[in-house]
Design a protein around this ligand. Sequence first.
Ligand code: MV4
Length: 518
Amino acid sequence: MIESVLVANRGEIALRVIRGAREMGIRTVAVFSEPDRTSPHVLHADEAYCIGPARASESYLSVDRLLAVARRAQVRAIHPGYGFLAERGDFAEAVAAAGFVFVGPSASTIHAMGDKTEARQRMAAAGVAIVPGTDTPLGSGRDAIRAAKSVGFPVVLKAAAGGGGKGMRVVHRADEVERAFATASREADAAFGDGSVYVERFLERPRHIEIQLFGDAHGNVVHLFERECSIQRRHQKLVEEAPSPLLTVDERRAMGEAAVRAARAVDYTGAGTVEFLYSGGEFFFLEMNTRLQVEHPVTELVTGIDLVEWQFRVAAGEALPMRQEEIPLRGHALECRITSESPFDGFLPATGVVDELEVPGGPGIRWDGGIARGMEIGLHYDPLLGKLITWAPDRPLAVRRMKRALEELKIGGVATGVPLLRRIMDEPDFRKGRLSTAYLPEHPELTDGRLAKPEQDALLVAAALLEHRRRRDRAAPRIRRGGGGLSAWQQRARAHRDGNAAADHPAARRTDPLRSNG
Ligand code: MV4
């Protein structure tokens, strides 16, 4: 087994990996940038090293500094987490060349899946359905028009070196293709240093369903079922769940088998995810992510498997601990991403100092956080503060549990997306599992800064009751009803202040229609 690991990441995922490693008796080495000095991942590691200033290029993205710490701390392995260097084939290569074990797939797999046209070719060859389109980059605007016409409109132009929606261009008509091609190519070049663009048929309102998979160095590959990740905004996932509420048993099996074929085709080792677009009863390969994902906890809760533990076992050369038929799927899990963004303000990134942190508890609740009270939330890194995850025997209870947990969660000092997430948990389409990637645009009331309907109604009722009270009090002066000239409301407020519950008796309750009865 691997006896020590450097975790080349920060925040909640660094802490998650450190926790998993410590349970396995693996010595953990954290790295941190100057402003992260007091972060929980630093606190919980066996050792921690400062690797530079806030700027990621001089700290978490510095391969030289990370390798220098790995040598100094004499670790056996390096775990990249997600983001930062996790899907950089050259990093995986450098780690191996320096004599460390990279906890992830081989550099060649990472490279192959990073090139989206190569990934499409390899998947098609492996018998995995891909969205109709081109499998090689387009040579010119004319080439693009020809390809778009043969694929059929609408189409989407995508960067071959991209992924995650960056540089995507939807095109509805032939006379728009040439310009869109030029723009997409220029954007791809600016973002990835590679202007290659290819074309796919554009699917309307698809669902995003992904399959978790695992491979080992002995040729075994299994899948751990799906995650439904359709609730997103601008390609950032907001809510994820497992299993998908709308997939049939047959579809689940077919998708799982396709993902296993995909993994076998690239000799996959470690944890990975195959993303599919699901539309009109069909599913198509979208991308393969060669890392542990943010939303891995929902899979852990429905399978009972510790994915970080499996990552370490596979990296140590062990065979996968379970065969496909042994992997259970039990109950339902939901994850809400808690980010420092103002959801009613166009998801503007928020900053501040965390001055209050109260996390929910009780059965079926998990908090994967990377923050602590007193921590400064700046703009240097991803806005993910933590993840709230619930499990229950069925989806309705998992949703109600999430609603309750979101009500208990208190993060002060910085704006978060929690108010929006609470609204989503109450929204009828979400409750019914009617999900698509167009969910948020199709429910604009959820992200409207003005009050949502239930809150508007509550305010109207409150105003009407106050008006009723005002008129009644004017008709019957307070002095005749006792209470020293105070209204029932004021009497109770005073009684509470004085620690006297007597004014809280049922009669007082009847006189105060505003009082909540539960
Ligand atoms: C698509 C698509 C429709 N048709 N490709 C966006 C992120 C990137 N991973 C791929 N994306 C899409 N690709 C075809 N051929 C729609 C999207 C898409 C989307 C996909 C997953 C989750 C949310 C999304 C939101 C808008 C568009």
